[in-house]
Ligand binder design. Structure first.
Ligand code: HC0
Ligand code: SF4
Length: 575
């Protein structure tokens, strides 16, 4: 162990611990801008500078390991002066648009400026004249607001293995852009939004569509319906001071009704429906050899985009199931509209998702209009939804809980856990076990799929047959899983896995690119815990027990995996 002192307080840490992390251990907070707890330090900004008394050296605490006997000072007039200098320079190149910025009151640069009392500067405010990139219609890149911290580049390259972003030019002219200086939509970007979730300022934000939704809610000819994703319920509360992971489903339903939505559905219902179709697809591939194994989940649009761009040889392995929110969209404009006697042309479907890629998914192919209309009209992120609650004057803290509209809103715990990495796999295993054996598993908790390890593997025996599964989250983690599949295929060996779940974002949707800011593993775990708690407490824990799904097949869809289901609930992929 290393022994040192920080501001005179003794500290003992493991070798390799940075000064920044060692300081946290003794409750000293060193200001940072370019360092994100999720990401490797780059030392780009210099705000986290500290002084080593023994040597007189000023060092960047985020990327300097603490050494034996170091006597470190973190707050002296000299250090504060250096930090103020860095901030002054950064602010001199940053537009003074805080009041009209989506990150207003939620910006790390703004918070630092406030902490350091940056009330004025002798430096002129010279902001580069650079255009917005709205080309993806999922995220918006505003290079004028970029502080060149490099967090977006690191997460896009290291965690997502996409390499869509880069710094262009050098020195004073350095700017962030899609690699090759092309529109982001023409780059390999998969719209996961992790860059926006890790950006400290308003340089990368979600493509805001709240105004479109407010306008539709005012339109007397529109019949607006809404659905909420699994992961939204345990995250939106962070914008209102609730503890991380608090499950606020009932308050969300109530707020959406107050906003004017005529029906409030739940994507968890769609998740249950996805499981019915996908577990059935898995059973036929496993027992009847009707398709390639391993079966790979297809409900995450960032992952689908990534597969199509980089792993086209895996297309045959993909489940043909659409994602749950697309299923609910298609059924809103067919089954629901028909039952309620509403003209489907008037039904306007909004989905509230933890995800920016869902904004692109809703227009990705003609199959996303299987109802005869675009099945989901607008997809909002959790961050946009939180703003809408604030704009509507709803007191979210005190509003009493309500129920969803059950026809497309009742769900099981299996649907809820979709929002956490491994949840889709666990939900699928519950129902696949039933399909293969004719009875429920004695225990429906498949813990091997849970937790934040980048790749999780497990095996179980069902009706005497071994089933091997893998779960990957964070796109960089999928590579090793796919390599194993390819290696076995080339060697003509037995498949290493029968079923693979992939989610683009670390932690699964709880860590989605459209969620409230502050992504860390601690936060992802707490949000996931909120979902697993609901699953444990629920009346129904397996998708095939959802009575409203049974009703849907009996009244409308007919056979599981049958013609009608295929028309409305399945899709295809292309490279
Ligand atoms: Fe997800 Fe989904 S679980 S992708 O992560 O499958 O966004 O929460 O809504 O559609 O259900 C996101 C979350 C969803 C979908 C579901 C899936
Ligand atoms: Fe990279 Fe995802 Fe951002 Fe696109 S949305 S630039 S893939 S991090």
């Amino acid at each position: 162990m290393i022994n040192a002192t920080i501001n005179g307080v003794p500290v003992e840490v493991a070798p390799g611990t940075t000064i920044l992390d060692a300081a946290r251990k003794v409750h000293v907070k060193i200001p940072t801008l370019c360092k994100h707890p999720d990401l490797e330090a780059t030392g780009a900004c210099g705000i986290c500078i500290v002084k080593v008394k023994n040597t007189g050296k000023m060092l960047r605490s985020c990327c300097t390991p603490i050494d034996e006997g170091m006597d470190i000072l973190t707050e002296t007039p000299e250090i504060v002066e250096v930090r103020r200098g860095v901030l002054e320079l950064t602010l001199s190149r940053h537009p003074n648009e805080c009041l009209t910025c989506l990150r207003n009151q939620n910006c790390e640069l703004q918070a630092l400026a406030a902490d350091f009392g940056m009330t004025g500067s002798d430096l002129p405010n010279v902001v580069p004249d650079l255009p917005l990139d709205t080309s993806t219609r999922s995220i918006v890149l505003d290079p004028r607001k970029c502080v060149l911290c490099g967090r977006c580049i690191t997460v896009c390259q290291q965690h997502q293995n996409v390499w869509a972003l880069s710094f262009l030019n050098r020195g004073f002219k350095t700017r962030i852009a899609a690699a090759g200086d092309i529109p982001l939509a023409d780059s390999p970007c998969v719209r996961c939004g992790q860059c926006s979730a890790h950006c400290p300022t308003g340089a990368i934000v979600e493509y805001d569509e709240t105004v479109d939704v407010w306008n539709k809610l005012q339109d007397p000819d529109a019949y607006c319906v809404v659905q909420i994703a699994p992961a939204v319920r345990v995250a939106v509360g962070e914008a209102f001071g609730f503890p991380i992971g608090a499950n606020l489903t009932g308050k969300i339903y109530a707020s959406l009704r107050r906003m004017g939505f005529k029906a409030v559905f739940d994507t968890n219902f769609g998740a249950d429906l996805t499981i019915i179709e996908e577990a059935s697809e898995f059973k036929s591939r496993l027992l009847d050899g009707t398709g390639a194994l391993p079966l790979i989940t297809s409900c995450c649009p960032g992952w689908v985009d990534f597969m199509e761009k980089f792993h086209g040889d895996m297309i045959d392995h993909f489940s043909s199931c659409k994602s749950p929110h697309e299923m609910v969209g298609a059924l809103s404009k067919t089954y629901y509209a028909h039952k309620m006697g509403i003209d489907p042309a008037k039904v306007f479907v909004v989905s509230v998702m933890p995800c920016t890629a869902k904004k692109s998914e809703i227009i990705r192919s003609k199959e996303m209009s299987s109802s005869g209309y675009q099945d989901v009209d607008v997809s909002l992120t959790t961050r946009e939804f939180a703003r809408m609650i604030k704009q509507s004057g709803i007191d979210f803290v005190s509003i009493p809980e309500e129920q969803p509209d059950h026809m497309l809103g009742a769900y099981t715990g299996a649907g809820t856990i979709f929002g956490a990495t491994g949840g889709v796999m666990e939900a699928a295993l519950r129902t696949a076990h039933y399909y293969v054996t004719g009875h429920d598993a004695p225990r429906v908790d498949f813990e091997m799929t849970r937790g934040l390890e980048g790749v999780k593997e497990g095996r179980l025996t069902v009706a005497g047959k071994e089933i091997r599964v893998a779960v990957a989250h964070g796109l960089a983690n999928v590579e090793e899983v796919l390599e194993k599949v390819r290696a076995a295929r080339e060697a003509g060996e037995e498949v290493p896995y029968h079923f693979i779940e992939v989610m683009a974002c670390a932690g699964g949707c709880v860590g989605g690119g459209g969620q409230p800011y502050g992504a860390t593993n601690e936060l992802r775990s707490k949000r996931a815990a909120g979902l697993y708690q609901e699953d444990q407490a629920g009346l129904w824990r397996c998708s095939h027990h959802n009575p409203y799904i049974k009703q849907l097949y009996a009244d409308f869809l007919g056979e599981i995996g049958g013609h009608e289901a295929h028309e409305l609930l399945h899709t295809s992929y292309q490279v």
